[in-house]
Design a protein around this ligand. Structure first.
Ligand code: GLP
Length: 257
């Protein structure tokens, strides 16, 4: 794992966007795995600047979607992607993939999503956020480290963390379709961005804790090309901070492609 620690969230987000833009510049038809959540908003804002009006050449597969929400629902991840990235870069609809939250058969939808990723040649670059409980995608603690795309029940913690995006009184979905941890680990390269003190314990468990389903993100320890981009607040609980600062002072990394 490459651990890059930046002075603030804005720099960590901008560096994440730079890496995605560099990948697309050298490989315009790449297959990207995309993430949602508050952490990614500044990444997509920067990426919109990098990519201009498009139309985009890349293909994308999002990590996850809430079961029960149609793509038009304002809190669906499909709507999030349209708003924060796809509309601005004129993403051709047939190149952008998310599980359908309103599929009549969500189990078949999950299985078909796996097939579609394979048919596209697999994911070249997977972008990840991090849940405060160590989840990636919607793979909650105790998810199988070999899991594939499927339905997951969300923890109370995740439901309450994500309630801020829903209107007061609106019911937050309890189920999601998510790429599995095994699906994520198949990506050729992974970038994980986590910022803020609320993520510091999950970051420490992910990087320095045991490989364990109790912290799904710890599975990234098995992946040969994973870069973790964090700010100093999210780095606060790392025990080997001086080592990371020695290898990549201030997050400096001359190999970003
Ligand atoms: C959700 C998403 C994750 C995301 C996480 C963190 O649970 N399914 O992909 O990483 O939230 O979100 P935030 O960036 O808002 O903290």
């Amino acid at each position: 794992m490459k651990i890059l620690i930046y002075p603030d969230a804005a720099t960590a987000s901008a560096q994440t966007a730079n890496r995605i833009a560099a990948k697309l510049s050298s490989f315009p038809h790449a297959v990207l795995g995309l993430a949602t959540g508050g952490t990614m908003k500044p990444v997509y804002a920067a990426l919109r600047e990098h990519l201009g009006r498009g139309p985009a050449a890349f293909t994308s597969f999002n990590l996850d979607e809430y079961v029960g929400l149609p793509p038009t629902h304002p809190q669906s991840y499909a709507h999030y992607m349209q708003t924060h990235l796809f509309d601005a870069i004129q993403m051709p609809p047939d190149q952008a993939h998310l599980p359908r939250g309103d599929a009549a058969d969500p189990i078949a939808e999950a299985d078909n999503y796996e097939v579609a990723i394979l048919a596209a040649g697999g994911i070249d670059l997977q972008l990840l956020g991090l849940g405060a409980n160590g989840h990636i995608g919607f793979n909650e603690p105790t998810s199988s480290l070999g899991s594939r795309t499927r339905i997951k029940t969300l923890t109370h913690k995740t439901v309450s963390d994500n309630a801020r995006f829903f209107a007061p009184g609106e019911i937050v979905p309890r189920l999601a379709i998510t790429m599995g941890i095994g699906t994520i680990l198949d990506a050729r390269e992974i970038l994980l961005l986590a910022t803020g003190s609320g993520k510091s314990q999950a970051v420490a468990q992910m990087v320095e804790g045991p490989l364990s389903a109790a912290c799904p993100a710890s599975a990234l320890q098995l992946h040969p090309r994973t870069t973790i981009l964090i700010d100093v607040a999210a780095a606060a609980d790392l025990r080997l901070r001086d080592y990371y600062d020695t290898v990549h002072p201030g997050g400096l990394d001359d190999r970003i492609a």
